[in-house]
Design a protein around this ligand. Structure first.
Ligand SMILES: Nc1ncnc2c1ncn2[C@@H]1O[C@H](COP(=O)(O)OP(=O)(O)OP(=O)(O)O)[C@@H](O)[C@H]1O
Ligand SMILES: [Mg+2]
Length: 510
């Protein structure tokens, strides 16, 4: 009986975790205390948050989990990649906690409303909450309207915005299309500029972008009011090489296509006085939820990417103008499901240098290969290597990548004792063998309550990951979530009914 119990236990997750905790080659309690504890995070506070007189660990670090019964913190200077298979607990065990713990401005992306439902009420207690959700996926009624044209009177802003929208839209586009993408973004920049200087908005943009002939109207706007030279540039493209025009206009019309849908266009047409002010946003514990998809009908990824790009650019300038070239109140970017939303060319750079200017980035991926498919191999690699903290959850199945992780964790020595028998008797031989600290298969099999942290120059850390429902304030969070979900259901019900009514009305007309 005991033998059966023992055999079962040996096969269980509990035994596996127990065995991993004592594993040679993973970080020991002393190492955790020294390098990734709350105390270590606070010791860096003087440099990171000079204005705080008595900083706490959450003000200067991200709590990623526990190891050997101690809280594990990485610095807000670190860039983090979280990688875990679908439903492995990235949201439940890390991202929602991170959103709740952050004190400072926060931008978070998602294609769904799971993080939003759990965190919106709590974030509203500490600052203003804004939801930008042109595709109406979140069920939040008071979502903000942001015009893509705002600020484009400045040619520099127009140029950057055009690039961000086209790059964000070219999700999954092969890199061989770079040439037309370049032309497309320069056309779009000129259309944005023309719309801005003539006091028009998304409507004009949608019209001009749909057809080169209609865009001639923008040429005449630009020649009267625009930046010198821009009218001629646009005119030359429209009246230039037909083949290049066709493929680059394909890029332009692809980028502005979502504007053809009335609800989306409305979301990008703010009313009088309805403005999103990035500078104001950066001054408090405000939250911006960007919700949308990068593929499929009405995908607004490019526009969401442009909003993110805009705020980060403002933050970067603000940091330069601040003491120590660092934002006094750091900005967090928690980019969940980003590979399904948009490609953001500035991401590798912000991961590499954001920590130094007070912008802390967390990128969430279901697999590294997801980033390769959505963007490019090189981009995925840069993002992976720019992350000074890599949090890996179980369930991965890409063998090559698992092998990389295995190598990243290094080797350990195990002692093998062998017995051999021959005529003269038996002999025992002992030899040391080098084996991986965690094998590929063990990394894949990690149960959902544990994660693996590869942190800077440290040894791998086996983390215990607790869901947000175990937090000390879980009751309050839960009741906030419930209230948000009740509101969302009402909005979804209204939207559903409206769609039904439209369909019926169309049926009666036919
Ligand atoms: N409130 C909750 N209480 C208990 N368990 C939960 C709760 N929310 C989520 N979980 C558990 O966590 C699992 C993972 O959910 P989570 O949303 O964290 O996945 P994910 O890794 O973010 O997946 P995806 O890549 O699809 O976003 C769920 O299958 C569920 O078992
Ligand atoms: Mg998730």
């Amino acid at each position: 009986m005991a033998a059966v119990w023992w055999l079962r236990f040996r096969q269980s997750d509990r035994h596996f975790i127990h065995e991993l905790r004592g594993r040679e080659g993973l970080a020991k309690p002393g190492e955790i205390r020294k390098h990734t504890s709350a105390g270590t995070a606070v010791r860096r506070a003087k440099a990171l948050r000079p204005s705080l007189s008595s900083p706490t660990a959450p003000a200067v670090g991200w709590k990623v989990g526990q190891a050997h019964r101690q809280d594990v913190y990485v610095s807000i200077e670190d860039s983090i990649v979280v990688e875990g298979a679908p439903r492995s607990g990235k949201g439940y065990r890390f991202i929602i906690n991170a959103i709740l713990d952050w004190c400072g401005p926060l931008i978070t992306t998602s294609t769904r409303n799971d993080n939003l439902s759990a965190t919106m009420r709590e974030r509203a207690r500490v600052g203003e909450v804004t939801v930008f959700d042109p595709q109406e996926l979140s069920g939040v009624r008071s979502s903000l309207r942001i015009s893509p044209v705002t600020g484009c009177e400045d040619p520099l802003v127009a140029d950057q915005r055009g690039q961000a929208i086209v790059a964000g839209t070219a999700l999954g586009a092969s890199k061989t299309n770079q040439e037309w993408a370049h032309v497309a973004s320069s056309v779009l920049s000129r259309l944005l500029h023309a719309a801005a200087v003539s006091g028009r908005g998304a409507d004009a943009l949608a019209r001009w972008g749909s057809n080169p002939r209609l865009a001639l109207e923008a040429v005449s706007v630009l020649s009267n009011q625009g930046t010198p030279g821009w009218a001629e540039d646009l005119d030359a493209i429209i009246n230039g090489d037909e083949k290049l025009l066709a493929s680059s206009w394909f890029g332009v019309s692809g980028a502005i296509r979502p504007l053809a849908i009335p609800a989306i266009r409305k979301a990008m047409t703010p009313g009088p006085g309805e403005q999103f002010d990035p500078d104001q946003f950066l001054t408090g514990s405000n939250s911006l939820y960007l919700v949308g998809t990068g593929a499929g009908a009405g995908s607004v990824g490019g526009f969401l990417g442009a909003v993110l790009d805009d705020i980060v650019e403002t933050a970067r300038r603000k940091a330069l103008a601040s003491p120590g070239s660092r934002l006094d109140l750091p900005l967090a970017l928690i980019l969940d499901e980003i590979a399904n939303m948009f490609s953001w060319p500035a991401l590798p750079r912000i991961m590499a240098d954001g920590g130094g200017i007070g912008i802390s980035t967390i990128v969430v991926l279901q697999a590294l290969s997801q980033a390769e498919t959505a963007w490019s191999r090189a981009e995925a690699d840069t993002i992976w290597s720019a992350a000074t903290a890599k949090l890996v959850l179980g369930g991965a199945s890409d063998v090559d990548h698992l092998r990389d992780l295995e190598s990243l964790l290094g080797n350990r020595r195990i002692r093998n004792t062998g017995h051999s028998y021959n005529e003269t008797g038996s002999s025992t031989n002992i030899h040391d063998e080098k084996v991986p600290v965690m094998s590929l298969d063990e990394i894949r099999r990690m149960p959902e309550t544990v994660g693996l942290l590869a942190y800077r120059t440290r040894r791998g850390i086996l983390l215990d990951l607790r869901g947000w429902t175990d937090r000390h304030d879980a009751r309050r969070v839960k009741s906030g979530k419930k209230a948000t979900e009740t509101d969302q259901q009402l909005v979804f019900a209204e939207q559903y009914q409206a769609a039904l009514d439209r369909r019926r009305a169309a049926g009666e007309r036919n």
